[in-house]
Design a protein around this ligand. Structure first.
Ligand code: FE2
Length: 377
């Protein structure tokens, strides 16, 4: 959805929904070198230049590049000096997601409703203005040091937010077919999954749509529990994972150790043609987790008839799962920074509304092979 439109869709009933959300507005990552990160997201993932803020625009504390692909906006931010909150965040967590921004009709009301329901304050409703109009933003904490910023841009016609100017570097790699954020997953500490599911239920009005427990998802060594929270119109889906007891360290514990607390584990982005997208991403150097080739020997017995040929799925390592409503194709990148923390998922839905539970066993075994190489199992 184009978030710069003045003709806002009527996607909610104000009387019924205390926290109407139009969708994800942007995702902001705090990174140690935003200039190089922007180049990476353009070159490897096919994002395009959108906006810039820094010394040249009067921003003296930090620099941000905004890159866009279809409806996905990533903001990449680095500090310009020592002793900043952004720098401290990077020192503690490494590169990672700081902000999951939610597009709302009224950022003041969203903030007031969330605070009233027990959210922890991050940013009071603030009006930002330039010659293109005004935007109101406010913010609350979610798990760890991750925050949600509510963005009200009803009257704004500028490129991104006030204070940003158009960025055109002259370098324009082609898209890889990524369209929108399908879901974003948070990892929280042992015993905290329900705390954060209840946060999304009580503070943001979400409902639980799926759950897995350690019987669904476990290997000899590792296990996790997961519940998926969704907002009313289904545009925002946040699975929450917590580690479960296994013989050795689970991938969720590994994440928590290296991120030094809870945070965003993966960003799942949708494509209409996963074979073309993944072929392009692999050609551009993105590395994916691979399951053993034997996965494909029994795949069609497990998921039944699918439109795609098996050969390219096997060649590229794309996974398939089916639920009552259809099937989905998905694949997971390796971590995209030095610490084994944040990664991306590429997903194509063909009716299925679930998250690939049938692939978890094979994936966990693949992740454990990677953990073994890192010596963190
Ligand atoms: Fe996912």
């Amino acid at each position: 959805m184009d978030s710069n439109t003045k003709d806002l869709p009527k996607l909610y009933d104000e009387a019924q929904d205390f926290m109407p959300l139009f969708g994800t507005d942007y995702i902001e990552l705090y990174v140690s070198n935003c200039k190089q990160a922007a180049h990476f997201y353009k070159t490897a993932f096919g994002f395009k230049d959108l906006a810039f803020a820094g010394l040249e625009t009067g921003m003296t504390t930090h620099e941000s590049y905004v890159v866009v692909q279809d409806k996905i906006k990533l903001v990449l931010t680095s500090p310009l000096r020592s002793g900043t909150a952004i720098g401290e965040h990077i020192e503690k967590h490494g590169d990672g997601v700081k902000v999951v921004a939610l597009w709302v009709p009224n950022a003041t009301k969203a903030y007031d409703e969330a605070i009233k329901r027990g959210a922890k304050h991050y940013m009071k409703p603030t009006v930002e203005e330039d010659e293109n109009g005004s935007v109101v933003r406010s913010g609350i904490y979610t798990y760890g040091e991750t925050v949600h910023i509510f963005v009200e841009r009803n009257e704004y016609t500028g490129v991104f937010l006030p204070g940003y100017k158009t960025w055109d570097s002259g370098y324009h790699p082609t898209s890889t077919g990524l369209q929108y954020v399908d879901h974003m997953v948070g990892n929280v500490e042992l015993g905290e999954m329900m705390t954060w599911c209840n946060f999304y239920k009580d503070v943001l009005g979400f409902a639980q749509i799926v759950s897995f427990d350690d019987k669904d998802i476990s290997t000899e060594y590792t296990a996790l529990m997961s519940k998926v929270m969704s907002n009313g119109n289904g545009r925002i889906k946040f699975p929450i994972n917590e580690p479960a007891e296994g013989k050795k360290k689970s991938q969720i514990e590994e994440y928590l150790d290296f991120y030094e607390g809870p945070g965003v584990q993966h960003i799942a982005v949708a494509t209409e043609d996963i074979i073309a997208t993944v072929r392009e991403l692999q050609a551009r150097g993105i590395q994916f987790l691979r399951v053993p080739d034997t996965y494909y020997d029994v795949l069609l017995d497990r998921v039944g008839q699918i439109d795609e040929d098996l050969a390219p799925l096997r060649e590229l390592g794309i996974l398939v799962d089916r639920d009552d409503e259809g099937y989905l194709l998905q694949i997971f990148t390796k971590p995209i920074e030095p610490r084994p923390t944040l990664f991306f998922e590429i997903i194509q839905r063909k009716g299925a509304t679930s998250f690939g539970k049938g692939n978890f066993q094979a994936l966990f075994e693949a992740i454990e092979r990677e953990q073994e190489l890192r010596g963190t199992l």
